[in-house]
Design a protein around this ligand. Structure first.
Ligand code: HEM
Length: 410
């Protein structure tokens, strides 16, 4: 169905449309005129009969898709990307080994196992180490006077948190961080990181994690790896499953949190009254508003397993359905004055961590802890931090990312 509100050929998977306008004004137009809209897409993929995807923009519809896995499957890849003809079915198939792309009952089995590593108790156990780490990161940045907030502050805590949680030995962390950063750097001309470098880094990370799992199986330690792969456990992960789980954490838990922290800092610096309020009162509601405001994951994708209806649209079996968190988090039906950054917003039923279905973010508590710890450390040690330039955006249609944010550490 053509949408009169959008220019011919407009494509929500085109990274360039996000360069200067997030959230896209087109989302607001669709929410009003065609909340579930068919975006014809001329880029096919080998082996798929694929000529477009649905764009789901309203909060209630994003939730509905997320919570009905029997109708909206995660099996055919959850990232809605601009497919290109060189992508093969094999490349898609390998992604099925990652839990994000699994459906129940397989997903339920893996989720029940990995959840053992994300209990409130295991997250609380990390708090002291991460608090100290946050203070050290902020103190080191302060020394440099002026710098890039992304590399100096936002990058390290998410990686350290994952490494602490899994129990990666200190000596191995530099290598893990290097692989993780290469995987999420995309085609950055300045870093000369190509897709191939990223894919090789992913392979090295998987193989490192598989070896770690095999070693812990042989000789268990008091860490999460040992718990997840322990042979005597009824449900456990095979070494290869553990490898893909670590890969998922390095992608899902790393750049998302990095961008939430960076967007949060930028929002504070461009809304100084909110920074003053934060420094004074440290409201517990702040982290959720930072995630709503940032919405680090713009969208995910499901595939219809049967003909169905959603928001008045008739979706056919096999069609791709893009759920746009970025739009849902600015839906005025749910959020009072959604364009306001308000760290006291309560309730705040944002969908930044997902729409509440089986794939709801496993690392939410850890992410919220990290955001709180880093902004507390910043408010304590550099209350006068200020902007030194406009943010440089990540070129991506999937992640709302910032590559560089110049600041004066004050
Ligand atoms: C899934 C967002 C941090 C681990 C997801 C999903 C979203 C998301 C949107 C998909 C939900 C769905 O499909 O319904 C975020 C954001 C974060 C964050 C915005 C930071 C602000 C983390 C962290 C970790 C993590 C710190 C772990 C260290 C995961 C995993 C999944 C997931 C494992 C897949 C769960 C499954 O398939 O069952 N996250 N995430 N995330 N996240 Fe996060």
């Amino acid at each position: 169905m053509p949408c009169p509100a959008l220019p011919e050929g407009f494509d929500f998977t085109d990274p360039d449309v996000y360069q200067s306008r997030v959230p896209l004004p087109e989302f607001a137009q669709l929410r009003q005129t065609a909340p579930v809209w068919w975006n014809a897409q001329p880029h096919g993929i080998a082996g798929f009969d694929d000529d477009g995807y649905w764009v789901v923009t309203r909060h209630q519809d994003v939730k509905e898709v997320s919570t009905r896995p029997e109708v909206f499957s995660a099996h055919l890849n959850t990232s809605i990307i601009r497919f290109n003809a060189s992508m093969t079915r094999d490349q898609i198939d390998v992604q099925k080994l990652i839990m994000l792309n699994m459906d129940p009952p397989e997903h339920t089995r893996v989720r029940q196992i990995v959840q053992r590593g994300f209990t409130p108790r295991s997250i609380r156990a990390l708090e002291e180490a991460l608090r100290e780490r946050a203070a050290r990161i902020v103190a080191a940045a302060r020394e440099s006077g002026t710098g890039d907030f992304v590399t100096d502050v936002a990058c390290e805590l998410p990686l350290q948190a994952i490494a602490e949680l899994i129990g990666i030995p200190q000596d191995d962390r530099a290598r893990i961080f290097d692989w993780s950063n290469k995987m999420v750097a995309y085609d950055d001309p300045e870093l000369a990181i190509t897709e191939e470098v990223g894919a090789n880094a992913a392979m090295e990370l998987i193989s490192y994690a598989m070896n770690l799992a095999a070693a812990r199986k042989e000789c268990p330690a008091k860490d999460i790896v040992s718990q997840l792969v322990a042979a005597e456990h009824e449900g456990n992960l095979g070494s290869d499953e553990f490898g893909f789980f670590v890969l998922l954490l390095a992608v899902a838990g790393n750049e998302t949190t990095r961008n939430a922290i960076t967007h949060g800092m930028h929002a504070f610096l461009t809304h100084p009254e909110q920074w003053e309020l934060y420094k004074r009162e440290r409201p517990a509601t702040a982290a959720e508003e930072i995630v709503r405001w940032a919405t680090p994951v713009v969208s995910f994708q499901r595939t219809a397993t049967q003909d169905t209806e959603l928001g008045g649209a008739k979706i056919k079996k096999g069609q791709r359905v893009g759920i746009f968190y970025s739009s849902a988090n600015h839906d005025p039906e749910v959020f009072d004055r959604p364009e306001r950054f308000d760290i006291t917003r309560d309730p705040n039923p944002h969908l930044g961590f997902g729409g509440g279905g089986p794939h709801f973010c496993l690392g939410k508590s850890l992410a919220v802890l990290e955001i709180n710890l880093i902004f507390n450390a910043l408010a304590d040690a550099m209350p006068d931090i200020s902007l030194a330039g406009a943010p440089r955006r990540l070129r991506s249609a999937w992640l709302n990312g910032v590559k560089e944010l110049r600041v004066h550490y004050g």
